[in-house]
Design a protein around this ligand. Structure first.
Ligand code: COA
Length: 184
């Protein structure tokens, strides 16, 4: 079972260790950060999580006592009811492809829609990242815009979103999302 816990300063070095090169940094986080990712850049993001209505929420994902992932809700626009789901990462390759990413995103969606009250979640994913796109589509996200050549790599970005109503239709709002792997 994956549990999302607030990301803290003491988690910064682990997250940095998961980013092997600049292309991966771009794939994971878009063009916001510059490589090498460092403490100062992450402290600046962590700063945005402070206060009563932060623009940012950062989480680490724990599997038992081991931290295996990272996820964020960013660009929170409380007036419009919108936020962006991003910086989605299962850190070590050995933990990928085992359903943990799915579970981590489901948990973040539940926080966004059921706890924080957002009505639309948006995300950006590069077109070549077909595994991630399949995952987001399976969770109910739908593409609504394609942006060509959006960065130094000339990668094509796909924007996807989901409304709280469509999320509820998937059953995720009521379903027990933390079923043991063997029961799925
Ligand atoms: C994207 C990421 C978070 C997915 O987490 P994960 O734990 O590997 O994914 P899951 O095991 O939960 O996969 C769930 C579903 O997503 C799809 N999926 C995930 N990775 C896939 C891949 N490489 N190829 C095809 N389908 C994939 C599958 O539909 C899978 O369902 P299945 O179990 O029926 O095959 C993870 O692979 C990762 O950290 N990638 C590097 C960082 C990154 O690209 N982040 C996304 C930025 S937008």
């Amino acid at each position: 079972m994956i549990k999302l816990i607030k990301f803290k300063e003491s988690d910064i070095q682990r997250l940095i260790s998961w980013i092997p090169d600049c292309k991966f940094l771009l794939q994971w986080a878009g063009p916001h950060y510059s490589y090498p990712l460092d403490e100062a850049q992450l402290l600046a993001t962590l700063d945005k999580t402070q206060g009563d209505s932060p623009s940012h929420y950062m989480y680490k994902a724990k599997l038992g006592t081991t931290t295996i992932g990272h996820i964020e809700l960013l660009s929170a626009d409380y007036a419009a009811g919108k936020a962006v789901l991003g910086r989605v990462l299962i850190g070590d390759e050995e933990y990928r492809g085992k359903g943990f990413g799915l579970e981590m995103i489901q948990s973040a969606m539940k926080i966004a829609f059921a706890e924080l009250g957002f009505t639309v979640l948006d995300l950006g994913v590069f077109k070549f990242n077909s595994g991630a796109i399949k995952l987001y589509e399976g969770l109910g996200f739908r593409p609504y815009r394609t942006i060509e050549n959006m960065d130094d790599e000339n990668w094509t970005l796909i924007r996807m979103n989901i409304s709280v109503g469509d999320w509820e239709k998937t059953g995720a709002a009521t379903r027990q999302t933390h079923l043991p792997m063997t029961l799925r």
